[in-house]
Unconditional design. Structure first.
Length: 240
């Protein structure tokens, strides 16, 4: 059952939005990687004698390097990141696409879609490939930015590479940091609640349960507007 709400409530009849591109987060938005994420941070925290709850409170939606710097400034950052990266990039536990991800991605052309993730290129490619989702032409990873989410750099870089104004983009996210990044970039945000856990995502413009709530109508042959229809709850498949 969907219970989280964004800044704007979705009418009972549904809602249509127009844009020129969808910019999407990866983990928790397109791919359910929660088991792998939890496993990797748990192994690291236990191995380093850290408070796991404290680690999990700050790692969601952020680059690994920034979490490591914040929690263990006394350790070698590069070595710690490499340790966690190896755990995550070799894990396939419960690694599956979020409901509706294949349909949304299939409806978009290369010039209408980008992925912006806090994971490395290696890690993000591993997860997309395992979930049988295509690696997009515009693919912004932790390796491509100086400032991670909630800084808007990744989203602004993606919009620039697509050749689309920020205000003509809609962001799909599941983390508070990612939502803030999209909004700081001047973009509208749709938060995915299914894998957001206890995180507060109410600052997103809209909140939906999963990607089955979205129907995308687009003409892949040009760069004109595409229409995103947010379905009413009673029509949103398994999210009821």
């Amino acid at each position: 059952m969907h219970c989280k709400q964004g800044k704007q409530q979705i009418p009972e009849t549904g809602l249509s939005l127009t844009c020129r591109a969808i910019l999407s987060d990866l983990d928790g938005t397109l791919v359910d990687s929660q088991l792998c994420v939890d496993y990797s941070w748990q192994v690291w925290a236990e191995d380093r004698g850290l408070d796991l709850d404290a680690v999990m409170r700050v790692c969601h939606g952020r680059r690994t390097i920034e979490t490591v710097r914040d929690i263990t400034p006394h350790l070698n950052t590069e070595e710690e990141v490499a340790f966690i990266e190896e755990l995550e990039a070799t894990c396939t536990r419960g690694l599956v696409p979020v409901l509706g991800a294949h349909q949304v991605v299939a409806a978009l052309a290369a010039h209408q879609f980008a992925v912006i993730t806090s994971g490395s290129n290696r890690l993000a490619s591993h997860r997309l490939t395992h979930a049988q989702l295509p690696i997009p032409r515009v693919f912004i990873t932790a390796d491509d930015v100086i400032n991670g989410k909630p800084h808007p750099e990744g989203y602004l870089k993606a919009a620039k590479e697509l050749g689309i104004k920020p205000e003509d983009c809609i962001v799909l996210e599941d983390s508070p940091a990612g939502i803030r990044a999209g909004q700081a970039a001047g973009m509208r945000t749709i938060a995915i609640a299914a894998h957001s856990g206890n995180h507060d995502i109410s600052h997103s413009d809209f909140v939906i349960q999963d990607l089955t709530w979205l129907k995308v109508d687009s003409d892949k042959s040009n760069d004109e507007e595409l229409t995103i229809f947010i379905k009413p709850l009673r029509q949103s498949g398994t999210s009821q």
